[in-house]
Every structure is written in structure tokens, then in C-alpha cells.
Design a protein around this ligand. Sequence first.
Ligand code: TRP
Length: 340
Amino acid sequence: MDGISRVLTGTRTTGELHLGHYVGALKLWLDAQRSDSDCFFLLADVQALTTHADRPELIRKSVRDVVLDWLAVGLDPTLPNVHFVLQSGVKARFELSQYFLMIANLTEIRRNPTVKAEMKGVRYPTMGFLTYVVDQAADIYMLSPLNVGGNELMVPVGADQVPHLEYSRKLARRFNKAYETNVFRPCTAKVGEVGRLVGIDGQEKMSKSKGNAINLSDSAEEVTRKIMGMYTDPNRLRATDPGTVEGNPLFTYFDAFATDRAEVDEYKRLYQLGQIGDVPLKRRLAVIVNEILGPMRERRLKAESMKLGEIVQEGTFAASIIAEEVVTRAKEAMFVGFPE
Ligand code: TRP
């Protein structure tokens, strides 16, 4: 990837990952790992607390679950360019977060469409929740490329994260301007082809909290059961009724997971003519999805006996070294510290 020297992205550790994460973001992360850029994958356990501080046992379990999910999809921290980073373990990150809070303002945060949508599901938003997009900017810019080759920081994410990245770019530019520095290189967002996957219930987004997800760790039987019960075209009562393809989750999934385009086109044609039923299609989809999840199950099994703590410690250390230097530079620019 030309000009890209670093890749940073993250996942909140609030539960197991699902197919939506896979098509929306993790596939991009795998591409990044294959490039020669340094990749930092953040286990966002601090951000998890913005909504789940009352569930410590969930946070504890989820950090490990997410590491296993990452290893299962094929992220490989034994490669020299790949690091798994525990957000709470990078002390300099908290410092940077605090400095960004000083140049962020509430009005612009309230305008953020993702925050607005999430706010609806949170009854008593905490201060941590209100400011998490600023904290996320610290996740990103703690790794601002200062003196490495190339000068770009790329952030591969699902579509819902785009407003956050836009905002982080704004903060980076604002900081640089106010303090006449170039410490922060505004990041580049990268969003996958399938930015957002619908749930198996046909709702807008697959999500663990809505119970409409197929988890990466689901067994083959569970996957088949979930797909057989999937929401399709509600107006189609018999297999001989002409069906609707547009907006039908069944076909969204075929488009997202099948590799044989001609096969999918043929199913769509038959469906619209009322010449193929939901049941055989669902059976076929279950096979396709299980073909993708099969190798993940094998890798997960191996990962379970790996020293996960050491992997995370190594990555967290690598990120901390960089973050320390960035924060030192930022503080110098702000004249924070005892005047020389
Ligand atoms: N907010 C992201 C999510 O909910 C997780 C995240 C935390 C992140 N820090 C990040 C993503 C930094 C990209 C960059 O999925």
C-alpha cells in the first residue's frame, strides 16, 4: 500500500464477533496484514466501559473472546508487522485523550450521527460515553507516523465508524493549527464493500445486542439453524409465488459470501419467477457460510492453547513505545510541562 506506513483499528470488547464484523471490517484487516504496513489491532476495553462498566465479568471474558475471534479469522500476531494492543495498557493514550478533550466541543459531538443513534439505546449516558469519540481519536493518533517511511495512517473500519474518523481528522487538523505543529497526520479511512450487514431478522444491522447475529464461533449446526430461520420476503407465501430479491436478506448474504456470481444470479432469476423455494436456497447459503467459518473453527481450536497474554503484552508494548514519543511531541507543542 503506497504511502501507508501504519494501520490502526479496533474492536470494542463487549462480546463475541459475528459475520457483520467479518464482512464489514475484518476482511479489510486481513488485507492490511498482508501488506507490509505495521498493523495495530486494538482491543478497546476502555471504550467497552463507556456502555458496559456495570458488567466487569463481560469485559474480562470478551477481551479473550475477541483475541480468539481475531486469531480465528486469520490475523496473525506472529508476523513481525502485526500487533494486538490492549487499549487500557497504553498509558500515553490516556494522556493524549485528555489533551484532545481540551480542543473538542460538545456541540460537534452531539451532531455525530453514530453517537446520536447509539444514544437512543443508552438510558443514562455516562461522561465516558459522551466523550468516547474524542478518546477514539487518541487511539488513532497515538500512532501518528512521526519519522517512519510513508506518512499515512490508515484506519480500516465498518461504515458506522466513518463519522468518528472524520471527526478525528478534524481534531488532528485543529491541534496542528492551534499549536503550529505537524505531529498529527490526519488518518485515512477505509471502508469495505459491504459496509453493514443486515441481521438474520431483516433488521438494519447485525448486532450482538439485537440477538440477530451469526457469531464467528457458532457451530455448523447453529449456523444452519439460524439460516433456516432467517427472515426473507414476507409477502411470499408459497415457493411458486414470485419473490422479491431487492432488500431480501437471503440475497444480501448470497452477495456477501458466495464466490460464484453466476450461481447467485441464477438463484435471483428463479426466485423472481417463483421457481425456487426459500428452503433449498437457505440450505445452500448455510453450506457457503459454513465453508467460510470451517477454517476459522480449526484456527480457533489451535489458538485456544496459545499464550494469548504474551501476544497481547508484546503488541501493547510496541504501541506504547510509539505512543510515548507522540505524546511527548504533542506536549512540547502545547507547552505543557515546566517551562525551560
Ligand atoms: N468504535 C469502534 C467500534 O465500535 C472500536 C474502536 C475503538 C476503533 N477505537 C478505535 C476503531 C480506533 C477504529 C479506530 O467498533
